[in-house]
Design a protein around this ligand. Sequence first.
Ligand SMILES: C[S@@+](CC[C@H](N)C(=O)[O-])C[C@H]1O[C@@H](n2cnc3c(N)ncnc32)[C@H](O)[C@@H]1O
Length: 214
Amino acid sequence: MVMGIIKDAIAKNLRHPKSGPVGWFVSKYVFEDKNRYLEKNAVDVCKISKDDIVLEVGFGPGIGLKEAHMKIKDGKGKVYGVEISQAMLKKASHSLQTEIKAGKVELILADVAKLPFKSDMFDHVFHCNCYYFWDDQVACARELYRVMKQNANVIAVMNEQGLKVAEQVGVLKYGNTDPFKYMDSLKKAGFHDIEFKKLKSARGHPFSAIFAKK
Ligand SMILES: C[S@@+](CC[C@H](N)C(=O)[O-])C[C@H]1O[C@@H](n2cnc3c(N)ncnc32)[C@H](O)[C@@H]1O
């Protein structure tokens, strides 16, 4: 009974982290600890250049944003992030306050379904453990397509083994991790060269990435 309540609270906070104790736990021990290498690898596979305009969707505490900022800090590039969670926006804004003040990072409370950006703006879009929670994946993919420049890539990164365990335990019941459903949504939105790749980090940790080109 108590375990069920705890698992349900974790499941809700994985989808939309809140500012309470469970949101704090999920951010610290899942996003900042377990998922750190995924965020870093998401940025690596993007192959960002110093003048690029980059978007991360569902940035959580901001690990990937910091990593992406390292790639553009010496150029004309800029990193944008959107999040639906006020708690994650606050946390990431705090850890990236210097980069935000310098005008190199901008974080916005927004849903991927309705992005507050003009069309054809981004050279790279990435998200890590995020598409599972989008209610209408086709509409969200269309919105990503709209804001991306021609030939830009959108990259989604995940740890399949970790997802399997999380699903078995029951903490992903408010999401749909099926990569093929997401890839089909990308196709319906107009993306091409859609590929699912099993990769390894520089330290040998396995992860998977879905690539799609506008
Ligand atoms: C499981 S967490 C992943 C956080 C981080 N990317 C990571 O891998 O550690 C999913 C994040 O996506 C955000 N999110 C979920 N649905 C979203 C949407 N429709 N638009 C923007 N962000 C969303 C949540 O608020 C949450 O912070």
